[in-house]
Design a protein around this ligand. Structure first.
Ligand code: TRP
Length: 77
């Protein structure tokens, strides 16, 4: 399987820690269309450990959070 195969891109984990109440995490679909297929709301201090899958290619985060991934850590504001 080549590195560019979509399936090989799936499976990575991300860890998100909410730094305020009401942080929203949206899962975006894999493939030609990009739409939000699921959302989770976290309150301050709550942590979500999530995995990319054949249906989830990207995530969008609204609100203040720490985001830890294999490529690094960043804080959203
Ligand atoms: N449907 C898009 C795809 O599978 C989802 C996506 C992946 C995306 N990476 C992105 C959307 C980066 C916006 C930005 O490629």
């Amino acid at each position: 399987m080549s590195v560019s195969e979509p399936q090989e891109q799936a499976g990575g984990y991300v860890l998100i820690k909410a730094l305020e109440d009401g942080v929203v995490i949206m899962g975006l679909t894999r493939g030609r269309d990009t739409r939000s297929h699921h959302s989770e709301r976290l309150d301050r201090g709550e942590v979500l450990v999530a995995q990319f899958t054949s249906t989830t290619a990207a995530i969008k985060i609204r609100g203040r959070a720490e985001i830890h991934t294999a490529v690094g850590t960043v804080e959203s504001s």
